[in-house]
Design a protein around this ligand. Structure first.
Ligand SMILES: NC(=O)C1=CN([C@@H]2O[C@H](COP(=O)(O)OP(=O)(O)OC[C@H]3O[C@@H](n4cnc5c(N)ncnc54)[C@H](OP(=O)(O)O)[C@@H]3O)[C@@H](O)[C@H]2O)C=CC1
Ligand SMILES: O=C1O[C@H](COP(=O)(O)O)[C@@H](O)[C@H](O)[C@H]1O
Length: 496
């Protein structure tokens, strides 16, 4: 039975790693503090490091105390944590883990519900799923669910192979593929803004929208993830998953209900309608970039090629911008421009919907630029929306001036916005897969991205590095819009 305070044993594979420390423990703690999970839960951390449960609990306490919550409940919270040293390549130790889970099921009255969170490198996903099933860890009276971290494959073929391995042990409805963007407040708000407002939905099509721009820019470089990033690049790291998911949510038809399967089915239709590119077209529709070294605020910043574990002649892109066309009735002719990169000017994710100009507008002086209506969806750091309109100037003349209507959902109390992982772990415990990616979505986005990645792997970029840290990427990215008569709208503005 689904309850709003679910009970379960959560097993975290990779519990000594970075993701567990920075995101998972603090998120579970917040669920606990907010009463979203009852006292009937246990967490088992798994890794090769030979910790005792006591040492593990101290790590957990340090990680949650680093978050903004400082609370007396931390000791009780940490008492729910257990550590099981295990090399996932050793089948025997899964049997010991099974005994531990059986005991914890009884001790915490969790009704046999088990959530297995794979916070480990993807080559382990298949073997872990296999061992969980074959060693009987999923044979319980309750539910068993598998949460899988990114990256889900390196391309369509490897993703398909991985999916087959996992599907041999778990059914599709037991698999929760994480895309943490789907846990963000304003990404979840896209559907509500679109489908709960009579002023938007009738205009949400090629009659009234001229283009849509989605930017997710970061100021940090690749940091210490050079090894992973070298085989990924921005196209696989950000475009294949987060950016494509935002496109699907912006472009989908209204679902017939809020059921996860109905929403997914609409998103899948968008991905199917994406205009696929031939190899010759890739560089007409997509631009790649790589950051060079630079000095910002007297601080010397390394170029990508000088970063740790990066090839000094690396061909890996740290920036991508592109134009997507969705060839269906609603969107024919409307470009969706997407852009993401590291070491850019601002850390910001924003969606800008630009409406078409009116056929005739008497309220602008000759020669003055018309200000189009824009709907800005601020995903982060500010969360909210801004609607750019035109209104009468106070000077009595028959001209208009641009004004903004703002709504900010996190400006008052930034600390209380749930972290994406917090929502997603809770949804998984409730059995709600709406904000997780189904295999059909993963497969279609890989197929789209594969052509671009293959062309870029074959053709070494001659101009890398081609953008300065602290910029908005290479100038060719502006050219992409310029040739369609558009420009990137400024992003990263705070909601006043
Ligand atoms: N870190 C992040 O911000 C993000 C990470 N991810 C994804 O999450 C996953 C984990 O990332 P991250 O935490 O950064 O990785 P880390 O390298 O920090 O951690 C890896 C974990 O895997 C464990 N491990 C490795 N080999 C084995 C083995 N043979 N048996 C048992 N445990 C093993 C390690 O434990 P030990 O050393 O004790 O054996 C450690 O706990 C990856 O898929 C990554 O792509 C996704 C988004 C963001
Ligand atoms: O998945 C990833 O996302 C982060 C950016 O996430 P955000 O929530 O801070 O926007 C990115 O830095 C990382 O490279 C990528 O793997």
């Amino acid at each position: 039975m689904t309850t709003s305070t679910p009970k379960a044993v959560i097993v975290i594979f990779g519990a000594t790693g970075d993701l567990a420390k920075r995101k998972l423990f603090p998120s579970i703690y917040r669920l606990y503090l907010n009463g979203k999970i009852s006292e009937d839960f246990a967490i088992v951390g798994v890794g090769r490091t030979p910790f005792t449960s006591e040492e593990f609990r101290e790590n957990v306490k340090r990680s949650v105390n680093n978050s903004e919550e400082v609370d007396h409940k931390v000791d009780t919270f940490a008492s729910h944590f257990y550590y099981h040293p295990l090399d996932v390549e050793n089948v025997e130790s899964f049997l010991e883990l099974k005994d531990l889970l059986g005991n914890l099921d009884e001790q915490y009255d969790t009704e046999g519900n088990r959530l297995f969170y794979l916070a480990m490198a993807p080559q382990f996903f298949g073997p872990i799923a296999d061992n969980l099933k074959n060693q009987g860890l999923t044979s319980t009276n309750g539910w068993s669910r598998l949460v899988i971290e990114k990256p889900f494959g390196h391309d369509y073929e490897s993703a398909k192979e991985l999916n087959e391995q996992i599907r041999a042990a778990f059914t599709e409805d037991q698999i929760y593929r994480i895309d943490h963007y789907l846990g963000k407040e304003m990404v979840q708000n896209i559907e509500v803004i679109r489908f709960a407002n009579a002023i938007f939905e009738p205009l949400w099509n090629n009659h009234y929208i001229s283009n849509i721009q989605i930017t997710s820019s970061e100021t940090l470089g690749v940091e210490d993830r050079g090894r992973y990033y070298e085989s990924s690049g921005a196209i696989r790291d950000m475009i294949q998953n987060h950016m494509m998911q935002m496109v699907a949510l912006l472009a989908m038809e209204p679902p017939i209900s809020l059921d996860a399967a109905e929403i997914r089915s609409e998103k899948v239709k968008v991905l199917r309608a994406l205009r696929s590119l031939s190899e010759q077209e890739v560089n007409d529709y997509f631009v790649r970039g790589q950051y060079g070294k630079s000095v910002i605020n007297d601080q010397e910043l390394l170029g990508y090629r000088e970063e740790k574990s990066v090839d000094p002649e690396s061909n890996t892109e740290t920036f991508v911008s592109g134009k997507l066309m969705i060839d269906n009735f609603r969107w024919a002719g409307v470009p969706f421009y997407i852009r993401t990169g590291k070491r850019m000017k601002v850390k910001s994710t924003e969606i800008i919907v630009q409406f078409k100009d009116l056929p005739m507008n008497l309220y602008f002086n000759k020669g003055e630029n018309v200000h189009p209506n824009l709907l800005v969806i601020h995903i982060q750091p500010d969360e909210g929306i801004t609607l750019h309109l035109n209104a009468k100037k106070g000077d009595g003349l028959a001209t208009s001036t641009p004004i903004k209507l703002n709504y900010c959902s996190n400006c008052g109390d930034k600390l209380n916005t749930p972290e994406a992982y917090e929502r997603l772990i809770y949804d998984c415990m409730l059995g709600d897969s709406t904000n997780f990616t189904h295999w059909d979505e993963v497969a279609l986005s890989w197929k789209f991205v594969d052509t671009i990645a293959q062309v870029w792997e074959k053709e070494k970029a001659q101009n890398f590095p081609n953008y300065e840290s602290g910029s908005m990427g290479p100038k060719e990215s502006d050219g992409l819009l310029d040739k369609d008569g558009f420009h990137w709208w400024p992003i990263g503005t705070t909601i006043e």
